[in-house]
Design a binder for this molecule. Sequence first.
Ligand code: SAM
Length: 346
Amino acid sequence: MAKRTIDKAKAAKKDEFYTQLEDINNELHHYHDHFRGKTVLCNCDDPRISNFFTYFAYNFEFLGLKKLITTCYKNQNMDLFSQNQSEQAVYLVYEGDKNGNRIPDAEEIGVKPLKGDGDFRSKECIELLKEADIVVTNPPFSLFREYVAQLIEYDKKFLIIGHQNALSYKEIFPLIRDNKMWLGFGFKGNAGHFISSYEDVATAGTHRKGMIRVSGVTWFTNLDYKERHENLILYKSYTPDEYPQYINYDAIEVSKTELIPCDYDGVMGVPITFMDKYNPDQFEIIGIGNGGELGVECGVSANLTAEQCAALFREDKSFRKGKLCYRNDKGKLIGCYARILIRKRA
Ligand SMILES: C[S@@+](CC[C@H](N)C(=O)[O-])C[C@H]1O[C@@H](n2cnc3c(N)ncnc32)[C@H](O)[C@@H]1O
């Protein structure tokens, strides 16, 4: 249900939901060492309401920051649920405590007008981006591809919130495969509650007043952290019966991350949730069989003729060239959900 909320939000461009301070704190404490002497930019954040601003302003001295810049999109009115009605926006610069009370006072915070609406893609916002060392925010999910592309273009360090579905976007997956971006420590249970006026469809047990629950939400980053290098403990042994070979790619199917065999050296297809446990020192990412362009690009079904593909499609209408499939012990064709193709490092 919550996944539908986020899909609907993307479709309707409902990007107004706000990150809780607790969630920012839970993630950020894995990266403290990265921030010393750095300029941080939060570029999708009304500084007067953003908990990202609050986090960095109140931890400015603790983290040893050089400068904090926060830009606001469109709205200048102090209102938690921004309606984006004002075309002009503001940005805010904080350079640390000056009067010794270790609190970011109003007179220490410079509020400056932007010429335009504060769109992160605008020329003036790009100038602020150039000045920044690290970008930290929860950007609009509807613009996630463009948002990440801009961070990569300007070669920025970043820590941002997104949806795990983005992992299999054709613009995002190559960055994950090539170790230019990875998942952060993450939200507990891969779900988060965000402050929002949107209708929440979470079940009664998980509903929180004034919030929407979003499942599959995660952090994306290119900042390294210790836990990312912890080995996944493998305890299963490979047997051909338990791990079927795909018929359209030279790899075996592993239906759950914890079932990855410890003694198999070839390529394995694992669920997308593997990325939460991915240690780049332990595994290499080869590609993705997601049923789409990326699957075809990494050679899924390259071993089949057009006639063989057509026959598989007649047998199961869900067959796609880029989708991994195998035959079960009764000979039935089984098409897999998206799989990351990995191999153990020697
Ligand atoms: C998911 S909300 C998160 C807000 C805030 N970063 C937080 O986490 O509390 C995304 C924010 O991006 C803003 N936004 C939407 N389009 C934008 C754009 N083109 N440039 C900059 N910000 C934008 C929205 O107004 C919204 O406040």
